[in-house]
Ligand binder design. Structure first.
Ligand SMILES: [Zn+2]
Length: 143
């Protein structure tokens, strides 16, 4: 399957600015982080493939950071801390805009939490090896 970038490289004055994974998937001191956090100066995220939108969570006084859930045959896709104009039931293609990063909870800087739930395995999997680093403009990874 050909995946489209979920974030795009930032090019300013001829220089490419990095997109960073600020928090990786998996266990962090007993806390299970079910996806990857990505910061990107554009603060825009795009669909990696053709998906059907199944839930759009509206932002609610900072209590709900907002987000978009989508699915295809294999995966559930979670784009959290995102404000979106999409609606439940929308069908979108790879490369279509999902929305804009919002400020994360607890005053965190705006970032995308991207989660990938494998329907067959019935668990969250690390999206990074699947979406790939280089083609997504993700040039740095930190824990
Ligand atoms: Zn996260």
């Amino acid at each position: 399957m050909q995946w489209k970038p979920i974030v795009r490289p930032v090019i300013y004055n001829g220089q490419i600015y990095s997109t960073r994974v600020t928090w990786t998937f998996g266990n962090h001191d007993g806390f299970f982080h079910s996806g990857i956090d990505i910061s990107n100066l554009h603060k825009l995220c795009y669909s990696p493939t053709q998906i059907k939108i199944i839930e759009v969570r509206k932002i609610n006084n900072g209590k709900n950071p907002g987000g978009v859930l989508g699915e295809d045959d294999k995966f559930l896709y979670e784009f959290l801390h995102v404000e979106s104009q999409l609606c439940d039931g929308d069908k979108i293609n790879g490369g279509d805009l999902i929305g804009t990063f919002t400020a994360g909870e607890r005053g965190h800087a705006p970032h995308l939490h991207f989660g990938l739930y494998d329907k067959r395995l019935k668990k969250y999997i690390d999206p990074l090896p699947i979406i790939g680093r280089n083609c997504y403009g993700i040039s740095e990874v930190s824990v």
